[in-house]
Design a protein around this ligand. Structure first.
Ligand code: B16
Ligand code: MG
Length: 223
């Protein structure tokens, strides 16, 4: 029997910080005279901050110096930090803690695998740090999802083989990354968008104990 590992994305899986990213990008877009809608924001989910700004500037046909690019990156992040500074436990998405408690009680290691450079500060604000045996965030990866780097590092840190790990993700790029890593993938959100995932749920309230028990057995049986 192999050791299973559970890996969770942060934004859109554990907490809904997408709304704050949206507000901060929209503020910058307004300043630059670029129209930015919630539909545009969908393309920014799971994507690194730098890549998001590149996408925004492409939308506005704007080319800038490296210095100006970095200033806008910082401006967006400072704005975003103002929004997340008010976060607390109430922002944990429904039934996430129930699932984390169940996996922790089973003694199965858990890791966070997020593109965000603010992941640790968000986990501290919502008081979930203690659940995770390892945290891999945007400060530790060089290649963005769909590259599997973030999840492969996470698996290594919790001492599990990729094929014995499962990833919970809300972004298509994240599902692709999990699949490329050879991990079991669970899409959280619109099942049609995340159709490449091995399993799909609208949210954690749909995940029951039977599903988790079967999943653990499956992960532990893989060589
Ligand atoms: P930051 P995840 C991602 O988090 C977000 O989905 C994405 O919208 C954001 O641009 C990215 O983190 C970087 O975040 O600006 O805080 O470094 O879904 O991978 O947990
Ligand atoms: Mg996400």
């Amino acid at each position: 029997m192999k050791k299973a590992g559970f890996i969770f994305d942060l934004d859109g899986v554990i907490v809904d910080t997408a709304k704050y990213h949206y507000l901060a990008w929209k503020n910058l877009a307004n300043e630059l005279g670029i129209e930015f809608t919630e539909a545009d924001n969908e393309k920014f989910k799971g994507v690194s901050r730098k890549r998001c700004l590149e996408l925004l500037l492409e939308m506005g046909n704007i080319t800038v110096s490296k210095e100006q690019f970095d200033r806008w990156l910082e401006e967006k992040n400072e704005d975003y930090l103002k929004y997340i500074s008010k976060m607390d436990k109430k922002e944990i998405l429904p039934d996430v803690t129930k699932v984390l408690d169940y996996i922790k009680d089973k003694g199965i290691p858990m890791a966070l695998g997020s593109a965000s450079k603010n992941a640790v500060s968000i986990l501290e604000k919502v008081a979930l740090m203690s659940y995770f045996d390892a945290i891999v965030d945007g400060t530790q990866v060089t290649k963005a999802k769909p590259d599997p780097e973030v999840f492969l590092i996470a698996a290594k840190k919790i001492g599990a083989e990729p094929e014995n790990c499962v990833v919970f993700e809300d972004a298509l790029a994240g599902i692709e990354a999990a699949n490329i890593a050879g991990m079991e993938s669970i899409g959280i959100g619109d099942v049609k968008i995340l159709s490449d995932a091995d399993h799909g749920f609208n949210n954690f309230t749909e995940i029951d104990v039977k599903f988790l028990d079967d999943l653990i057995l499956l992960l532990e049986s893989k060589n």
